[in-house]
Each structure stands twice: as structure tokens, then as C-alpha cells.
Design a protein around this ligand. Sequence first.
Ligand SMILES: [Fe+2]
Ligand SMILES: [Fe+2]
Length: 165
Amino acid sequence: MRIPTEIIQSLNEQLNRELYAEYFYMAIAGYFFEKELRGFAHFFLRQSQEEKEHAMRLFNYLVEKGVPFTPLPIEAPSKNYASPLGCFEAAYEYEQRVTLTYYNLLKKVREMGEYDVEEFLWWYIREQREEESLMQSWVDQLKLAGEDAAAILLLDQKAGKGEKD
Ligand SMILES: [Fe+2]
Ligand SMILES: [Fe+2]
């Protein structure tokens, strides 16, 4: 079954959003390296790598469906972040926006009876749930730490080790 053009475009936009996330998290990692908060920097590098994998999953799906790849421009993320909390809040906000775009697409493919695409998209719905939960948890922990440098350093260490809570 061929995928309708409208859906191909949307899948390609999702791929672009995943690539933007890769770049965005790389930019945040850069901010943390500058601040010598290397645990958080490595955390965001790992997230960046994951986003690349999300983009590749979409790429591979489009290839499997015989769709020619159309590259779109990737927007440059900001390099200015106010604080560690600000970084995680920005990431959490972006994850929620991405979730919404997957919801909208899922709704559309359901209405169109595109069940193969629908089945493919469920993976992303689950992945978004995990990522939102992860970012939210770090936002909450950094809010608790407040301006306490020792607490922030402790969280930085924890983030570097890949511990969530
Ligand atoms: Fe993603
Ligand atoms: Fe994500």
C-alpha cells in the first residue's frame, strides 16, 4: 500500500523535528560543557544520540515504503540558556510539543484508515511518554535544588551516570 502524499509530508516533518531535537540537545550539551557541568552535558549528548535514532527509524520506514527522501532545512537551536533548570524546561517543553505533533498525525492516519502508518507511530507515542517523564523528573529535581550549588553538582553527577531518580 502506498502512503498518501499528505502523510508522507507529515512523516518527513516528524523526521525533521527529531533531527532538530538532536541538534537542540547538542546545543544544550554545549551550554553545560561551557559551565563545567559535564554530567548534564553527557546526559544531553545521550539524548541527542537518541533523537538521531528516532529520525533514522522514520528514515528507514520511508525507505521501506519506497518513498523518495526529501531533506528539509534544520532550524538552528538557541545557544543561550539561562540556567540548568532553564535547559531542562526548554527540553521538556519541546518534548510536549513533539508529542502533540505525533498525536495530531496519529489522529489523521486513523481517520484515513492508514493502519500500517498508525502501527508504526505507536512506538513514538510510547517513546514520547518516556521522554516527557524523564525531562519532567529533572525539572522537578532542579526546582528542588534551587540556587544550591552543592545540590546542583550532585544532580550533575547523577545525570552523568544516567540515573534518573
Ligand atoms: Fe525523539
Ligand atoms: Fe525526544
